[in-house]
Design a protein around this ligand. Sequence first.
Ligand code: CS2
Length: 510
Amino acid sequence: MTGGAPRPAPGAASRLGLDALRRLPAASRPLVRPGTVPAGIVHLGLGAFHRAHQAVYTEEAVAAAGGDWGIVGVAPRSTDMVTKLADQDCLFSVTTASGGGNRTRVVGALAGVRHAASDPAAIVTLLADPAIRVVTLTVTEKAYQLDPATGRLRPDDAVLADLTTDRPPRTVPGLLVRGLLARAAAEAGPLALVSCDNLPSNGERLRSLVEQALRLCGGGQGGAAGRTDPLDGWLTENVSFPGTMVDRIVPASTPRTLADAAAALGVDDLAAVAAEPYRQWVIEDRFPGGRPAWERAGAVLTDDAGPWERLKLRALNGVHSATAYLGALAGRETIAEALEIPHLATVLRRLIAEDVASSFAPPDGVSVVDYGEEVLERFANPVIRHRTIQIAMDGSQKLPQRVLHTIADLRAAGARPRWAALVVAAWMRFVQGRADDGTPLPLDDPLADRIRAALAAGTDSPAGVVAALFGLTEVFPAELTADDEVRELVVEWLTALDRHGVQKVLEGVA
Ligand code: CS2
């Protein structure tokens, strides 16, 4: 602990929890009395993003308008966060960090925490509980096990076993489907299933995942398409899948995050997160069992989140991935440091103005270029140490909605996706595993084996690498790989990156 933080009295708790609340600085206390709000929401995925986003919105909504909307947080796999939160009576803090200083507040939104892998039956029971009327998810793109390009379910062995045998479910699709089957059997009432992951049309993707998974566990012959839906129409009548756009930059917590939280709170918080001040949540208002008054916390409830979602995926996440790949190749550790590479910001502005802005119709009254400027300002926040390597991971799951959709829409309009093709080339150089100075780069991706095998089977030339990686049909759709203009652009950029490295390439084009 550092600074003039309040210190626990001798013998008092040194760890965040109910006992420590009284001693917290008044501005750091939760907005609701922890433990007093009955559960109405199950959230799958207890990562930093959930804690700094939906949990904060929900606590503020309940503080403003009431309602039984406590959140039961479920960690699908790792026990780490469940243990830490359980030891802290489900309390954690969010430090809002900007150049203007930090503010740390404890959030009391969690009504409980559970570990799915050690007690899957408890999660199934919870999903069938009539008190639960909303299920939200932040499980990252790969947990959906959908082909990023087509949305087709590609179940791995674990998902298949969850869907086709009686074993306790271990995967997200397995937990959802078993939970829904139990809920239908218990006639426990309607439910909204809300994806808060950065997937394209995330509501529809989640619906499609559930429908494909249900067909796999249903009877009948042949592949998933030939099987019957064991819920026989119950899903359509009872479950909604609102689309959402979620936004807040929340890097993985570090020892520094925990030290800052301890300094502000006077007790240790092992579940602390730090986030930028900015946050946004656009939600399609389809909640058959009700919902918290999230609008009281600043969320926008709408009929169609699609334009917001495209705006965010392309002009924020696409630009984030561009900065992450180019920055990592140039040896920069964080996004803010990458933005200091001479000319990178200029190239990102051109990506936004020339490619992203002409690829889709933004929400009414929104200028993509202005939105992009704000995004670049947010990325430059030096207090938020968001590592390029963290954003670079799982590229195969991210590229389609962040970059390839921009390319497809530009091509459909007969335009040349010059800058978006640079992002694809940067990813292709990144997955080859070496930065411009030869430092090894990690390939952390669910398709890592497929990517490595494709590269090993191809030739080393830029055209060979592009051909090999375009062969990943779960990522690159046929229309795109058959488009010679796109292919040539990517090969040109990759050739330039291979020969000259990121810094010289940016210098040459800016
Ligand atoms: C980032 C996102 O990790 C990533 O790939 O692009 O987590 C990004 O920080 C959030 O979507 C911002 O809302």
